[in-house]
Design a protein around this ligand. Structure first.
Ligand code: UTP
Length: 296
């Protein structure tokens, strides 16, 4: 695979029901919950842009129209803000999605993550592409995704992000059997994938995280599989077929990931991003230190 095929498209499946964050997600999509002043989905789009991607397809649902509004221009609001001299706010609105084209397709029914990804087939065409789950927020300036794209460029193989967890937690994730490639490299060769194994059956402690870079062959495998657990088309099943057909790399990382579909991690992501925020950070750090002192 030559460098002319470099990954430039990302697919963000965002049509799920978001049950773990009810009641907040009854009327507001999980992806629109703000982490400080940006909705989660905007943070993911900005990560894609930081990794060199300029074309994004969001898999949405009929109940999440507000996501489409967020990435659309808001001429009236911009004009009113401009008339009041609020140039910084106008700029912040214009910057949303400015460095990438953001497209939408609707998944009429939530028939599983694999089904959501298969909705992207026509848009992606015959190119390698990234899949980014918006539950996973990376605070790393696009470093992980860029590394994964470089790995696909170098090897021609699909790449999946992997992170080590204690065995007691592995049953919440897809788990990868693997063999090393080269000492010191973040890459491993994936030799098997198991969805949510019991701790005693887990082939390793490496869990699949929500960043993937696929060759377009994933679509053939998604089309070929039968619905699995819960009548859903499982991405893991198609990935395991893709792995057997073409091989697959894992990219092992440790820092910067928050699962904002979980309340505890949502809080952590908010605190880390607040501490990094150029205007809010210093005062917020003092507040946290003071709070910790008071609670000691
Ligand atoms: P999850 O399994 O986390 O489901 O989906 P969910 O509905 O979003 O959240 P919970 O678990 O009920 O709280 C993983 C990703 O796949 C997308 C989701 O939007 C999420 O980003 N997805 C899932 C779809 O786009 N379509 C589906 O049919 C299922």
């Amino acid at each position: 695979m030559g460098s002319t095929r470099r990954v430039r498209k990302a697919v963000i499946p965002a049509a799920g029901l978001g049950t773990r964050f009810l009641p907040a997600t009854k009327a507001v999509p999980k992806e629109m919950l703000p982490v400080i002043d940006r909705p989660a989905i905007q943070i993911v789009v900005e990560e894609a842009v930081a990794a060199g991607i300029d074309d994004i397809l969001i898999i949405s649902s009929p109940y999440k129209k507000v996501m489409e509004d967020h990435f659309d221009r808001a001429f009236e609001l911009e004009a009113r803000l401009a008339a009041k001299g609020k140039d910084v706010e106008v700029e912040a609105l214009r910057a949303i999605g400015e460095h990438a084209q953001v497209h939408f397709v609707r998944q009429g029914e939530p028939m599983g993550l694999g089904h959501a990804v298969s909705m992207a087939r026509r848009h992606v065409g015959d190119e390698p592409f990234a899949v980014m789950l918006p539950d996973d927020i990376m605070v790393d300036g696009g470093l992980l995704l860029r590394g994964m794209i470089d790995a696909l460029d170098a090897t021609g193989r699909s790449v999946v992000a992997l992170k080590e967890f204690p065995l007691s937690e592995i049953s919440s994730y897809g788990c990868a059997a693997h063999s090393p490639v080269e000492a010191g490299s973040p890459l491993v060769s994936v030799t098997g994938l198991v969805e949510k194994p019991r701790a005693e059956d887990a082939p390793s402690r490496l869990a699949v995280m929500g960043r993937y870079v696929f060759t377009p062959a994933i679509f053939e495998h998604l089309a070929a599989i039968e619905p699995g657990v819960g009548g859903e088309i499982q991405l893991t099943d198609a990935m395991d077929r893709l792995r057997q057909a073409e091989g697959m790399s894992g990219y092992v990382f440790s820092e910067g990931r928050y699962d904002i579909g979980q309340k505890q991690d949502f809080l952590r992501a908010t605190v880390e991003l607040a501490l990094e925020h150029p205007e809010l950070g210093p005062e917020f750090a003092r507040f946290l230190a003071e709070l910790a002192r008071r609670r000691d």
